[in-house]
Design a protein around this ligand. Structure first.
Ligand SMILES: Nc1ncnc2c1ncn2[C@@H]1O[C@H](COP(=O)(O)OP(=O)(O)O)[C@@H](O)[C@H]1O
Ligand SMILES: [Mg+2]
Length: 384
């Protein structure tokens, strides 16, 4: 018996968490800035990241013409993002539930996120993995972009973490291991994710993870410089606008594990500027209760020098996978979702249940489905 199986009883008790204590949801805001390219930046070869051709340039990632708004009945709001809402919808054809992410074109354009948004759709279409949200199609009207995804009933890992305050080691390890497989898969496709955090990790009805929100995912065979992500989770090389690649996801992976085990992020400050300073200073106080093997892993992931960071060394992601903290994980069984989950979301009313999501005031004046008016931005989103 593995220790992951061993700890079933302690982790099952997560189901009994006192919801009354649920912390106020204070989701971290993404940042959307494209800094000018600075002088004296290292070149790709200095970072030993050789230029390769795209692994999927000849794969068809278009979804055009597949759906329209009329195919869906819009139910309630599941989340509000920077560009629009995510709604629960139901297909009028097969009766199934889907999440529909909407983005207002004007806001996307004003915030200079056209390329990121096109990448989001393309990367989501490409990625097909048990621990990554599946997108079925996309479309647009005069004002908005729409992406249709599977609806994941169990809510955000963020909500579970705030309710639990912090996870017992085996619970954190279970989620970390599933997240690892998703990130490893994306990196093999030369996709960097760039927005790893508990808000973007959903739990399905059985308690397995689904990574959602590809708003910053990008195919990068070389290096990139864009300052994006969420303050607490941003790697120092991104803050310092140095060239970076997959290294940033391993940094965030370390922050994620830290947050799951402690209930807070190591560089937290209410002011983002101070958070960035903390990240660049890189001093972390690890609480005493962290056992030595996890301390070792975190001290190898949350490393300022990206050439020394686990996951970004010669051994690549295998170095993370083979770290002693993960020694009892049976990776093949985990991938086939054959390991019992630590927590089953209490979904009582079946597939369309929304009890695990916070309530948002509904917008009575949605401008969806408008056609025949001026659409100055339509040509920027031709693939939708
Ligand atoms: N497929 C989905 N199923 C259920 N809820 C979802 C789904 N996709 C997103 N959400 C909810 O909507 C929120 C916002 O979506 P996200 O893609 O993260 O938008 P943003 O880019 O604005 O952060 C998520 O944090 C989650 O709560
Ligand atoms: Mg998000």
């Amino acid at each position: 018996m593995t220790s992951m199986e061993n700890t079933e009883t302690s982790i099952r008790s997560l189901n009994d968490i006192n919801l009354e204590e649920m912390a106020q949801k204070q989701q971290q805001q993404n940042i959307y800035v494209t800094p000018p390219v600075l002088e004296n930046q290292k070149t790709a070869s200095q970072l030993s990241l050789s230029k390769k051709s795209s692994k999927h340039s000849n794969r068809d990632t278009t979804t055009r013409g597949k759906y329209t708004l009329n195919d869906f009945q819009i139910l309630r709001t599941l989340g509000t993002g920077s560009f629009g809402r995510v709604h629960l919808t139901r297909s009028i054809h097969n009766g199934r539930f889907y999440a529909m992410k909407t983005l207002k074109k004007e806001i996307v354009v004003n915030m200079k996120q056209v390329e990121h948004t096109n990448d989001e759709r393309r990367m989501l279409k490409l990625a097909q993995h048990p621990f990554i949200i599946r997108m079925w199609g996309s479309f647009q009207d005069c004002h908005n972009l729409f992406m249709i995804m599977d609806y994941i009933e169990g809510g955000e890992l963020f909500s579970l973490l705030r309710k639990s305050q912090r996870f017992p080691t085996p619970v954190a390890k279970f989620y970390a291991a599933e997240v690892f497989l998703a990130i490893e898969y994306l990196h093999k496709l030369d996709i960097i994710y760039r927005d790893l955090k508990p808000e973007n990790i959903l739990l399905d009805k059985n308690g397995h993870i689904k990574l959602t929100d590809f708003g910053f995912a990008k195919e990068v065979t070389d290096v990139t410089y864009t300052l994006c992500g969420t303050p607490d989770y941003i790697a120092p090389e991104v803050v310092a606008t140095k060239p970076y690649n997959k290294s940033v996801d391993w940094w965030s992976f370390g922050i994620l594990i830290f947050e799951m085990l402690t209930g807070y992020t190591p560089f937290y400050d209410p002011t983002p500027m101070k958070t960035y300073e903390n990240i660049l200073n890189g001093t972390i106080t690890y609480p005493d209760y962290l056992p030595p093997d996890i301390l070792d892993l975190l001290q190898k992931l949350i490393v300022k020098d990206l050439t020394q960071r686990l996951g970004n060394l010669q051994g690549g992601s295998d170095d993370v996978k083979n770290h002693p903290w993960f020694k009892e994980v049976i990776w093949e069984r985990l991938l086939s979702r054959d390991i019992e989950t630590p927590y089953e979301p209490p979904i009582t009313s079946g597939v369309g249940d929304t009890s695990q999501f916070d309530r948002y005031p509904e917008d009575k004046d949605l401008d969806y489905g408008i056609s025949g008016v001026e659409d100055p931005y339509g040509s920027l989103f031709n693939d939708f």
